[in-house]
Design a protein around this ligand. Sequence first.
Ligand code: ZN
Length: 270
Amino acid sequence: MTRLMRALFFLMLFVLPGSAGFGQEPAFRAIAFYSTHVEQDHVDFALQAIPFFGAMAKRDGFEFKATSDWNEMNPVALKQYQVVLWLDDAPSTAAQRLAFEEYMEHGGGWFGFHIAGWMDGRQTWPWFADFLGTLFYGNDWPPLPAKLTVDDPQHPAMKGVPASFLSPANEWYSWDPDPRKTPGVRVLMTLAPSNYPIGFKDTLEGGDIPVTWTNTKYRMLYTNMGHGDKILTNPQQNRFFESALLWLGRQSASAGSVVRAIGCNDSDRD
Ligand code: ZN
């Protein structure tokens, strides 16, 4: 090996492994799952979200990987990550679901978007219904912008987010039961009453419709945004995506991947 080759070799050793900078350990590792065979508006969101989170990873010093191979939802692969993102899809096999359950029950982190929270009924995956704290009930159509109000401005996932803002066009879901009534669920954002009725072909007439929440029994956060190519166009909403992922990642990384998550650790607030 020439001296130059040796120098290049060592340079690659340090530069290639992460996006966290030269020789620096990433704060945490995140993996995003997505699909390309689903509804085009959901593919559009995922394909925009991947570079969006990739740039965030460089800025904030964590590692980010995206895959459309849901079989990477297995115990060996998941062990490498502190946060799993579902960009508009969900696991479809028993093995993938079981791997995810085990991961979450042992302190893994999850950031779910839009149809990631959809199921046709509790019987499809009862564990997930309890984990999410509710079930899909209805939706508006077509996708429309909506005013959101922040329920819990002190929560670290809401850091830097104004008390209310206009969220870009999205297909909004309603839920039954109201996740706010589920023990352990902490609602972070809700559709403002001034939006109602919202939709033309399908309409959400009113009521309490949370948009973003965490089930404090786990290190998880679900948000309803994720339909179409406008989602990432609002800096205020983008700030939420960033604060939320950093909260999940840092929480999980500090707790280690084998510690069972119990309750919401308020000492993590900043
Ligand atoms: Zn949708």
